[in-house]
Structures are given as C-alpha cells and as structure tokens.
Design a protein around this ligand. Structure first.
Ligand code: GAL
Length: 473
C-alpha cells in the first residue's frame, strides 16, 4: 500500500501534540507565586550548581500560563483533533499532601484549558504526573522514596477525576516512571538528583503502586459514570543486538526488560518483575505481595508508548549501568556503519525502522491497544541557528515522515494503534538540558515568547490529513 492509496489508520485515530506542565507553563517565578503555585522538585534541582546544562530554570519556560489560548488556537489551525498535556500537582495542591489545601486558581487555570480544548474540538488527553513532584512532599518524607506518597497521590488523582472527569475521558497516571526512578535516583541527572544503587527499585515500586491505586479509584468511583479510560505511559527505545552472538541477543532483551519490563511486566502480565532484573538485583528489588500484585495486574486500559530512538546493544558495560540491564548502548554496527544521524542530544538518533519493530514487539507481548503519547526529534545545532533557519527544520521533517510511516506500517502489520502525539508542540524546557535542545514543531523565541510554526508542524499535519480516513468512509 502506498501513502496515497487507502488510509490505514482508524477513523477515530487521535493525533496532536504533547506537552508537560513543568516544561512550558511558567513565565516567571513571580507569576508562579502570584498564581499560588507551589515549588516542585525541579525548582529545587535547578538551584543546584551545574544541574541544568545552560543554567536556565523551570520557573521561566514558555509562559503557556499566559499564552494558552493562542497556543490552543495554533494547534487547532494545524488540524489536530487532540492535545496531550499534564496537570501540575503543585499548581493545584501547592504542598501536595492529602490534608493540604487546594489552590482554586490552579484548578481554574485547567478548567479554562480543558473547556477551550473541547470548545474548539480537541480531545484532552491528560497526564497526572509528569515529574513535577510538590517539593514539600520531598522535604517531608523523600517523595517517591516513601510509601507515604500513595495516599497523597490518591487524593491528588481523586481531585482531578472529580473536577475534570466529566470532560476528560483519557487519563495517564504517570509519565515514564523509568526516568523518575532511574534518572532521578540512580544517575542523579534529573530531580531530585540522587545517585544510589538501592533507591531506584524502591521508587519504582512505589510509582507502580501509586499508579495502581489511582486507577482503582478511577475505576471504582468515577468510571461507571464518566466512562473514560486510564493507563500509564512508558518510555523505552528499540533494541537491536549488536551482532547475532547469543550474549548480545540476550543483552538486548535484558535492556528491554530493564527499560520497559520493569513496569510493564507487573502491570500487563502480573509478573513479580522480569527474571533478568531479579537476577541482577536480588533482594534490592522489592517483591509485590499477592494482594499488591492483584491490584497492579491489569491496571492499565492501554499501552502508553513514548518512543524516540533505537540502539544497538552489546553485552556487558565498562561502568555499571543497572537501569539499562548492565548492557552497552551503541549506535554502530560491526561493519562500522551507524544506524542513524546525530541529533542535538547524545541519546537520540533518527532510526525510523526501529519504531515499526518496537510497536510490533509491544503489541505482541502486552496485547493492549497502543496509544503513542510522545515521539519527536531535536535537530542538531538548532539552538545556534537564526530563527529563519530554525523554522526550516528539514531533519525533523525527515524524522517525522519516517516514524509516521513506521506507525502506519505497524498498523498494517496488525498492531492496534489509536493515537500519536508529537513531542512537542513548541520548544520548551528540556529538563537537565535546559532551553538548549529544541523539540518543538513550533519555534519559541525565549526573549519575547513569540511562537512561529516550523516546517515540521505543517509536514505532520499533512501526513495525518492523508492518513486518517474521514469518519463517514
Ligand atoms: C521524554 C519526556 C518529555 C521530553 C522528551 C524529550 O522522556 O517525557 O518530557 O522531555 O522525553 O527528551
């Protein structure tokens, strides 16, 4: 089938752009304070010397707080039918805890955003937790290190379901728990910046339990009347064994288990973690009680997939790397060739064929409808380009066309794929990399906050015009 023949996607396929509150809401520290927003662990992390590559701060990003209406209108003008965004926990409950006061101004901000989405015909797809833990909870009990977070997360989730569940029918509990546990508590490269060989596994366990408890609340108390769906979204790249040797083939699976199986195997398969992780970590890896596993198993209505790149994988590693299954991540092959061109970030290359394989792997292993909740690219050197050059983002256009064709290919292979959200709508705060690397399909001038669509915004829009059939056909 060619791109111009029959469209392969479902008529109700959801497509749009993805963002996260911490990366794009704030215009200034003063604005946050005036809006009653509490600090998150990222405000704290940004104060650590050297933590953010360019020294920028999460309290001054792209000012969606002011520009939300114009941003939603711009998305709509590109033809999207949905928008994935996150709620900032410290904006709605500044101190985060189950007994702490709610910030009505924070709730009203999201009332406006959700109402406007619906008014202009964009389905809201809402993430509860995209890494901005209220700082007060970290100070009180170490955040995700303590089980005390579970009732606090439950109360936050319940508040969101109560307030918006009549309008929001697609919920994500957590974005990428691997990053929270692994980069937040193993490498220390993300907030809260811990380097530990024991903490990530405990944090991961609490993340899974908090997710499952929130899902139970939704299903028991809200779903019967609200009829929405809820799940988790996981990161994880495609892994290609470096060569066909049994140890590299095994290493590729170990890496997949550490990145995805850590969370997906308990949630979708009811396993008490992957065997390779148990072998690697022994009793550093917690164990679910039978009651906990019963709660966790089946706690996601769909498979939420964030996907960016592919690695070739070799067995073993020079420096211990347990969050990657103690393997070595490469981009080369035995013949010296590389699998894709460089982007602006060391971990990301454009390897479209890996996406089709990845989607087929996820669908056959976990057997759930797949929502692609993030996919995108940072063009090499874009931050040094003039605005005029940056909007001619040919490398990003190539990336999106290749990856979108891979999505269509996986659908043709039989995978049930129901959404695609490009990361990201506009350039924004790229966590520890600050405002350097740009992932937007829309350029942001960080001095004036002016927005300008790049060529990729139109290319993605065109692709979907051709590939989603009209509802009536
Ligand atoms: C994801 C994350 C996003 C975004 C993206 C690009 O892991 O969910 O917030 O930063 O990566 O690095």
């Amino acid at each position: 089938m060619t791109i111009d023949s029959k469209p392969a996607l479902r008529p109700d396929f959801m497509w749009g752009f993805a963002t996260a509150a911490a990366q794009m809401e704030s215009g200034s520290k003063e604005q946050d304070a005036a809006a009653g927003k509490g600090d998150s662990i990222w405000d704290y992390f940004c104060e650590k010397p050297g933590a953010i590559a360019d020294g920028t701060k999460v309290s001054r990003t792209t000012d969606f707080y002011t520009h939300w209406k114009e941003d939603l209108a711009l998305m709509k003008s590109l033809g999207v039918n949905s928008y994935r965004f996150s709620i900032s926990w410290p904006r709605v409950i500044p101190n985060g805890g189950a007994e702490d006061p709610v910030n009505e101004a924070g709730l009203e901000f999201y009332d406006q955003v959700i109402d406007e989405c619906l008014r202009i015909g964009m389905t809201p797809f809402v993430t509860l937790y995209h890494w901005d833990l209220p700082l007060a909870l970290y100070k009180k009990y170490g955040g995700w290190l303590s089980r005390r977070i579970i009732p606090d997360f439950e109360r936050y989730a319940r508040l969101c379901f109560e307030r918006w569940g009549g309008k929001v029918k697609h919920w994500l509990t957590l974005n990428e728990p691997w990053v929270v546990a692994g980069l937040g508590h193993y490498t220390g490269s993300f907030a809260p910046g811990h380097r530990s060989s024991s903490e990530p596994w405990i944090v991961g366990h609490h993340l899974i339990l908090a997710h499952a408890h929130a899902v139970k609340i939704y299903r028991d108390e809200f779903k019967p009347a609200q009829h929405g769906e809820i799940g988790i979204t996981l990161n994880g790249d495609w892994v290609e064994p470096w060569d066909e040797s049994p140890e590299n083939v095994q290493a590729a699976q170990d890496k997949m288990d550490a990145a995805i199986g850590w969370f997906a195997d308990p949630i979708y398969l009811g396993h008490n973690y992957p065997a390779s992780m148990r072998k690697m970590l022994s009793d550093r890896l917690p164990t679910f009680t039978p009651e906990e596993l019963a709660l966790v198993h089946g706690s996601s209505d769909f498979y939420g997939c964030n996907f960016y790149t592919t690695n070739t994988i070799k067995a073993g590693c020079v420096v211990e790397d347990e969050i990657n299954g103690n393997t070595t991540l490469c981009f080369d092959r035995p013949d010296g060739s590389v699998i894709g061109p460089e982007s602006d970030l060391g971990w990301l290359r454009d390897v479209p064929w890996g996406f089709r394989k990845h989607l087929n792997y996820l669908y056959s292993k976990y057997q759930k409808p797949i929502y692609i909740t993030e996919n995108g690219y940072a063009v090499k050197g874009e931050s040094q380009m003039s605005a005029e050059d940056a909007v001619k983002d040919a490398d990003r256009v190539t990336y999106y066309r290749g990856y979108l064709d891979a999505v269509r290919g996986a659908v043709e292979d039989g995978a049930d794929i129901r959404s695609y959200f490009a990361w990201s709508f506009h350039d924004n705060f790229e966590w520890a990399s600050g405002l350097g690397p740009r992932f937007g399909c829309v350029r942001v001038d960080y001095d004036t906050f002016e927005r300008t669509p790049k060529d990729s915004a139109y290319a993605v829009s065109e692709w979907f015009k051709k590939n989603i059939p009209a509802e009536s056909s």
